[in-house]
Design a protein around this ligand. Structure first.
Ligand code: NAG
Ligand code: NAG
Ligand code: NAG
Length: 410
């Protein structure tokens, strides 16, 4: 089902008949070369089944994605039910999703689809695993712009970068928590270990008593504590994702993706390549009693030497509930981008009260914000700590152009 492809004259019928299949539409806006039209492809992940309190944290290999040598222009995602209706965060919390590019040998057997695959990471610093995605957000995904202005784009599918004998493919991870009927909604979305009755990590090692919550405590198939006697139906949902793109041409200026993590610790030792260790999550301890809540703020800062600079074209932070702001500074102390969370005020999907439903983005006029080669950037992440928060994140995405197009094209 999810690998179906349609030739162009089929899509109208296919999209109209069943929303379960992918479809592509063509808009009239033109970019790059005049005849190069922006295209919008809408896909769905494999189905996700959840009941009250349940967690799903699964990896879906070889998902639908636009093929060929293309420029990505935006990537949006949200959880929808079987009828395609947007699910509000109070019912199903979208903890995170991300999409990773990888290369797979063509000779792979069906038994071992992950044999010999090579992950193609972004240009960011975290090594060994986390934060290698091209795109990824969480609860704020409906309210956060990801559009890339012309004439820039993220280049994928370049045949000269795919090794002989390999195919380029995409993998999606979706972490969702069904919070219908749970005893403590904030505790469940912050993955408090006591609510999930978890005391050991995935390898069976006991978790530190200081570790109150985070991804170790809400792995796949676990359940967050429900109100006594609560019963609710199981249901099927999907991550619906929308990709805007167009065929690569020589007018497109490629962007590099950097994901900065405030938990990143750079260890430098003689004769060894510097290592970045990204914890991804951290815990915000509550402020001392007696402070007025306006004084209760938790500030973290980390610095990153950028080997290769360039022009910042887009910036956005990623934070969880409790977030106040995320800011990226240049070496001279000037603000490169400040990204502020937006909290919902209602109950409808996209505006859920108490949840981070969007992050503001930065679109500096191309050429105006330049990172120099070797410049040290500083990331500042601010949370409220009027109460404790576990498993929070402090990420910052920047898209950087190493060269600018000719002025007359801007
Ligand atoms: C498949 O291709 C990869 C990469 O070229 C190679 O390392 C591997 O040995 C091959 N496996 C089989 C079963 O041919
Ligand atoms: C919590 O886990 C312990 C040990 O695995 C188990 O004995 C206990 O029944 C669990 N409690 C609940 C409420 O699931
Ligand atoms: C969760 O349950 C599903 C269905 O039983 C199973 O396929 C999957 O492997 C489980 N996940 C983990 C991490 O054990």
């Amino acid at each position: 089902m999810f690998n179906m492809r349609f030739v162009s004259q089929d899509w109208v019928v296919s999209c109209a008949l069943i929303l379960l299949v992918s479809c592509t539409t063509y808009s009239s806006a033109s970019l790059g070369k005049p005849e190069n039209n922006i295209k919008t492809s809408v896909f769905k992940s494999p189905k996700i089944e959840l009941g009250p309190g349940l967690v799903s944290n699964k990896f879906y290999f070889d998902v639908d994605f636009p093929r060929g040598h293309i420029a990505l222009k935006s990537f949006n995602a949200e959880l929808v039910d079987e009828s395609g209706k947007s699910l509000p965060l109070q019912e199903t919390y979208l903890h995170h999703w991300f999409i990773i590019k990888y290369q797979q040998p063509k000779n792979v057997t069906h038994n071992n689809p992950t044999d010999n695959i090579v992950y193609v990471r972004n240009s960011g610093f975290c090594q060994d695993g986390p934060l290698i995605q091209y795109f990824g957000l969480g609860s704020e995904t409906r309210g956060t712009a990801t559009d890339i202005p012309d004439p820039f784009g993220i280049e994928v599918g370049n045949p000269s970068e795919i090794p002989y004998g390999y195919d380029e493919k995409w993998l999606i991870n979706v972490h969702a928590i069904d919070t219908r009927g749970v005893e403590d909604r904030l505790g469940c979305i912050e993955c408090r270990c006591d609510l999930y009755n978890i005391t050991k990590d995935a390898d069976g090692n006991p978790l530190s008593p200081d570790y109150k919550g985070g991804l170790d405590c809400c792995p796949d198939n676990t359940t967050c504590r429900l109100n006594k006697g609560f019963k609710g139906p199981k249901r099927t949902l999907y991550l619906k994702y929308t990709v805007k793109w167009f065929s690569w041409d020589n007018y497109v200026v490629p962007l590099k993706i950097y994901i900065l993590d405030v938990t990143d610790v750079l260890s430098v030792s003689k004769g060894v390549t510097p290592m970045h260790n990204c914890e991804v999550e951290y815990q915000v301890e509550p402020c001392s009693k007696g402070y007025s809540s306006s004084a209760c703020i938790d500030v973290r800062k980390t610095s990153f030497p950028m080997q290769n600079g360039g022009y910042v074209i887009y910036g956005v932070g990623h934070q969880h509930v409790g977030a106040i702001a995320s800011k990226l500074y240049g070496q001279d102390g000037g603000v490169i981008c400040s990204s502020i969370p937006k909290y919902g005020t209602g109950s409808e999907a996209g505006n859920e009260k108490g949840y981070v439903v969007g992050m503001s983005t930065c679109y500096p006029r191309p050429g105006t914000i330049k990172i120099k080669d070797g410049e040290t950037l500083t990331l500042e992440i601010i949370y409220s700590n009027s109460e404790m928060h576990s498993g929070v994140m402090g990420l910052f995405y920047i898209l950087v152009a190493e060269q600018l197009p000719h002025q007359h094209l801007l």
